[in-house]
Design a binder for this molecule. Sequence first.
Ligand code: GUN
Ligand code: FE
Length: 419
Amino acid sequence: MTTVLKGNIVSATALGKLEITENGYMVLEDGVITGIHDRLPEAYAHAPLEDYGDCLILQSFADMHFHAPQYAMQGMGFDLPLLEWLEKYAFPTEARYLDIGFAREVYSRLAREMVQNGTTRMCVFSTLHRPATLVLMEELEKAGAVAYVGKVNMDRNSPDFLRETTEGAKTETLRWLDECSRFRNVKPMITPRFTPSCTDELMTFLGKLVQERNLPVQSHLSENRAEMNWVRRLHPDCQQYWETYAKFGLWTDRTLMAHCVWCDERERKAIREAGVTMVHCGASNNNILSGTAPVRQMLDEGIKVVLGNDVGAGDSLQGFDLVADSVRASKTKHVQDGWTTPFLTVAEGWYLGTTAGAEFFGAGKGFAVGDALHAIVLDDSRLLTPRDLTVQERFERSIYRRQNDAIRAVWSEGRKVVG
Ligand code: GUN
Ligand code: FE
């Protein structure tokens, strides 16, 4: 079936490059983009039209790292650094997801909020609980999201109430993988919480699974100095943190590593050479005192960078904040570096929060022909907007200005899921 969308169409087709079609037309066949046009081609004159008037039609967001269970404590304990924050806030909260009813209540709200805010693609940590992880997957699918979800693995260095046995982690992971086949747009991702949480035996098992079944991986890397020192003590045979993943087969071109705040040149080279994707979490790095990642420099070095809110250490579920926070963090770094290093422009931040993440899911750049549509329709008319603003200026303001209820529609995987 043909559908035509009309509005001001903006997309990021390369790092720093926006493609803007004012009062343009986007043609969909069964939800798949077949073209973007200045004028409506004659052939579609009678096709059903979604006329969004003067609204902005933007790419939806890809949020590539957050902890769904921590939504219940989002914003708490930000006076503590990572390891203390995990012990005092994150672990006790995550233990509650043994209760499937609690999981349903939290995850249904979270999934709806993410999609209503315009995030349609995401990579998510659950908890170590298999049943609650399946609930999270169900709720994401129901809300219309496209997602990778990980049952978290952790068999050491956490309190008794949030730790698996090594055998338990293995059997529950295998059973969970079998049960994932019932989902259409939500897929499993292998998730060792981070090196301190997993024994060598469990890491070996997970790495084998990744290699045998060609599964994607997500975890944490070089987020915090105390964490890194701890990893060094746990793996004296490894010179650097990344090697503790690489030696078990968890370091592939389908691996996401969150944070990478303190990766030095050698570690960054290992990231680039393996094609590992770095997930930058600007707000979280600030909130729990981790530091400021050299994002712009990493891009210059040829590293794949995407963005994540890292809830509960992140304070927002808004994709607009995801983008703005990355730009802010890069400016902090720029100033710290004595104004010598480049920072992210708004267009670059936008690319990281949309196209770069979408590519991990196999999508093309911007609104690419042949891709199922993932988009937000934004009505910015309630902002006091001087009449002579260009579409690009309106787009830039929309990233920084909080606009409640401005999202008029959200499309995910070719379907209108909001509006
Ligand atoms: N490292 C290991 N677990 C976590 C977590 O839950 N949040 C963050 N920010 N870092 C982690
Ligand atoms: Fe995290």
